[in-house]
Design a protein around this ligand. Structure first.
Ligand code: NA7
Length: 536
C-alpha cells in the first residue's frame, strides 16, 4: 500500500474503545501505519465515558474480556462476575500498556469530518482543532451507544445546582451525601445509577416515563480459586460464546412456553430469576420474544416479582411496564433496584401522569408541582447505532453526505461497509451482530484485518459495497426481524429517540439475527475473495 502518492497513514481509526484498540493491535501486526484519533483523554470508550455510579457489566466479566491473547488471559484477574466500570477501565488501560498501543493514539482529538478523495483513493480526516490527516482506510470504531442525548426539556441550562448526563460523568468522585438528587430515565443506565445513589442521597426522586422489565443480576465476587477455574475454562467459555445466538454464555432453551405444564413453567421462570445475568432473557423459552401469549406469561411472572418486592402497591404498579412485554426492550439487570422504592428517602414520579414542564433554577417543575434539587442526573440514553456517525461530517463519492444517505435509516453491506463510501469500514456499525459486544468486536476486527491483508497482498487500493450487495443484506436484516414483538415497541432497538430530530418513528434499525449466522455470511464474503464487493 505504498506509492509515491501514498496518504500519510494506511488507516485512521476513529475511537480508542474496545474495538479501536484491538483494530490498532491487529493492523500493527500487518505492518500498517495507523493513527487512532480519540476525543477523550484516555482509552476505553464506553468504559472511559460512562463513569456514573453503579456502572458495570451485564455480561459475565470473563465472557466480555478480549480472547485474542493467551498471555492477557493468563495475567488478568476479574474480581467480580459482573465487573464494575473502574475495573473494566483498568483492564483496558492494562491492554493499552501491555501492547504499547498509546504511541499510535492521539487523545483529545475529536474527528469533525472525513471526506473521501477519489483522486488519491484516500480519506481526509479533520479534527476539531482544524488539523488534517489522510489515510487509505477510514475505520470507524465509534461505538453503537456513544452519542449521548439530553432530553428536550425547557430550562435545562437554567439549573443552578450540579447536573450531569451519565455518559459524561465527572472524573472526580461525586458525593450524594446530604443531597437532594433527581434521576431522569429508567433504562439500563438509570437503573444502575438509581440503586447506587439511593444508598447515600438525602432524597432521591426518580422521574420515570416508561418503566422497564428489570431482572436480578446476582453478582458475586470471584476469589483466587474461582478465577483459576475460570481461567482453565477459557477455551470452553469462548467456544460457547461463539455458538450462542448473541454470544452470551447462556444457552438457548429449546422448548417453547406451552410445551411444558404450568408448574414446570413456573419452576423454570423461578430458576432463571434466581440465576445471574441475562439467562432469563436469552436462555428463556424459545418463543417469549415472538409469541404474545408466551410473552404474557413471562411478563406476568416478572410483574408478580415486582409486586412482591415493592411494598406500596401503587408504586409497584407504576414500576410494571404496561405498553411492552418482557424482553422486547433491553432488560436492565439490577441489584435490589425494586427495594429502593421501599426506602423513605426515595420517591417515584410517573411522568405519564405528571409530565415535566421545565427545569427551573432550583429544580424540576412537573404539571403537578415544583421539586427542589441539589443535583439532576440525566440517564436519558443515546442516539443509538447511527448517532455517532451523524455527528461527523462524513462524505463519500461525489461529496455525498452519509447523514443524508441514511436519512431514512442506515443501509449497509454486512454492517461494515456503505456503498459510495469506499475504504470506510465500520466496527460495530449498524446491522452487525451486537449481543455480547466484545465477541462481535473481535469478529469485526478480524474480518476487517483479513480484508486489508487481502488488499495489501494484491496491491488493491479501493473497496466499496455494491448496491445489489447492500440490497440483499438489508433484505436479510428485514427477514431476520420478522415476527419479533420488539418491532412494535419504541426503543433504541427500533431506532426511536424522542430527543433526536427525525428519530420518532420505528424502523428495523439493527440486525436481529444470530451471531453465528452473521459470521457465516461474512465468512462467505471473505472466502469468495470479496467479489461481492467492488475491488480495485
Ligand atoms: P435508554 O435505554 O435509552 O434509556 C433512556 C431512559 O431515559 C429511558 O427511561 C427514557 O424513557 C428516558 N428518557 C429519555 N428522554 C427522556 C425525556 N425527555 N423525559 C423523560 N425521560 C426520558 O438508555 P440507557 O443509557 O439506559 O441504556 C442504553 C444502552 O446502553 C443500554 O441498552 C445498554 O446496552 C447500554 P423512555 O423509555 O424513552 O420513555
Amino acid at each position: 500500500m505504498s506509492s509515491a502518492q501514498s496518504p500519510e497513514f494506511d488507516a485512521i481509526i476513529v475511537g480508542a474503545g474496545m474495538s479501536g484498540l484491538f483494530q490498532l493491535y491487529r493492523l500493527r501486526e500487518l505492518g500498517l501505519k495507523v493513527r487512532v484519533f480519540e476525543s477523550g483523554t484516555g482509552v476505553g470508550g464506553t468504559w472511559y465515558w460512562n463513569r456514573y455510579p453503579g456502572a458495570r457489566f451485564d455480561s459475565e466479566s470473563y465472557s466480555y474480556g478480549y480472547s485474542f491473547s493467551q498471555e492477557l488471559l493468563e495475567e488478568w484477574d476479574w474480581t467480580e462476575h459482573f465487573a464494575p466500570q473502574p475495573e473494566t477501565l483498568r483492564y483496558l488501560n492494562h491492554v493499552a500498556d501491555k501492547f504499547d498501543l498509546r504511541r499510535d493514539i492521539q487523545f483529545r482529538s475529536k474527528v469533525t469530518s472525513a471526506h473521501w478523495r477519489e483522486e488519491t483513493r484516500s480519506w481526509e480526516v479533520t479534527l476539531e482543532d482544524g488539523s488534517r490527516s489522510t489515510a487509505r482506510f477510514l475505520i470507524t470504531a465509534v461505538g453503537p451507544l456513544s452519542a449521548f442525548t439530553m432530553p428536550r426539556i425547557e430550562g435545562i441550562d437554567s439549573f443552578a445546582g450540579q447536573s450531569c448526563h451519565t455518559a459524561r460523568w465527572p472524573h472526580e468522585p461525586v458525593s450524594f451525601e446530604g443531597k437532594r438528587v433527581a434521576v431522569i430515565g429508567t433504562g439500563a443506565t438509570g437503573v444502575q445509577t438509581i440503586q447506587e445513589v439511593a444508598k447515600t442521597a438525602k432524597t432521591l426522586t426518580v422521574f420515570q416515563r416508561t418503566p422497564n422489565w428489570c431482572a436480578p443480576l446476582h453478582n458475586r465476587k470471584i476469589d483466587a480459586a474461582e478465577m483459576a477455574r475460570i481461567r482453565s475454562d477459557y477455551p470452553d467459555i469462548f467456544r460457547r460464546c461463539q455458538e450462542t445466538f448473541a454470544c452470551f454464555l447462556h444457552t438457548a432453551e429449546p422448548r417453547g412456553t406451552f410445551e411444558v405444564t404450568p408448574a414446570e413453567r413456573e419452576a423454570f421462570f423461578e430458576k432463571l430469576y434466581g440465576e445471574p445475568g441475562f439467562g432469563i432473557w436469552v436462555g428463556n423459552f424459545n418463543d417469549i420474544l415472538t409469541s404474545k401469549d408466551a410473552n404474557a406469561l413471562i411478563s406476568d411472572f416478572v410483574a408478580r416479582k415486582i409486586r412482591s418486592r415493592v411494598r406500596d402497591p401503587r408504586v409497584a404498579e407504576k414500576l410494571i411496564p404496561k405498553n411492552h412485554g418482557f424482553g422486547t426492550r433491553r432488560v436492565p439487570l439490577e441489584t435490589r433496584y425494586y427495594e429502593v422504592y421501599n426506602q423513605p428517602n426515595v420517591e417515584l414520579v410517573d411522568l405519564t401522569e405528571t409530565p415535566i414542564e421545565r427545569v427551573t433554577p432550583t429544580g424540576i417543575r412537573t404539571s403537578a408541582r415544583d421539586y427542589d434539587f441539589d443535583m439532576i442526573i440525566y440517564a436519558t440514553g443515546f442516539d443509538a447505532l447511527t448517532g455517532a456517525f451523524d455527528r461527523v461530517d462524513i462524505r463519500g463519492v461525489g461529496g455525498e453526505r452519509l447523514k443524508d444517505k441514511w436519512a431514512e435509516g442506515a443501509e449497509t453491506f454486512v454492517g461494515m461497509s456503505v456503498e459510495g463510501f469506499p475504504n470506510m469500514l465500520m466496527l460495530l456499525g449498524p446491522h452487525t451482530a451486537l449481543g455480547n459486544i466484545p465477541r462481535s468486536i473481535e469478529y469485526n476486527v478480524e474480518w476487517v484485518t483479513d480484508l486489508l491483508r487481502f488488499m495489501r497482498d494484491r496491491g488493491l487500493t479501493r473497496i466499496d459495497a455494491r448496491p445489489e450487495g447492500v440490497k440483499a443484506w438489508m433484505k436479510t436484516v428485514q427477514e431476520v426481524s420478522a415476527g419479533l414483538l420488539s418491532n412494535d415497541v419504541n426503543s433504541w432497538f427500533t431506532g426511536v429517540n424522542t430527543n433526536v430530530e427525525g428519530k420518532q418513528t420505528r424502523r428495523i434499525s439493527r440486525y436481529s439475527g444470530s451471531a453465528p449466522a452473521y459470521r457465516a455470511r461474512c465468512d462467505e464474503v471473505a472466502a469468495a475473495g470479496y467479489r461481492e464487493m467492488e475491488l480495485g
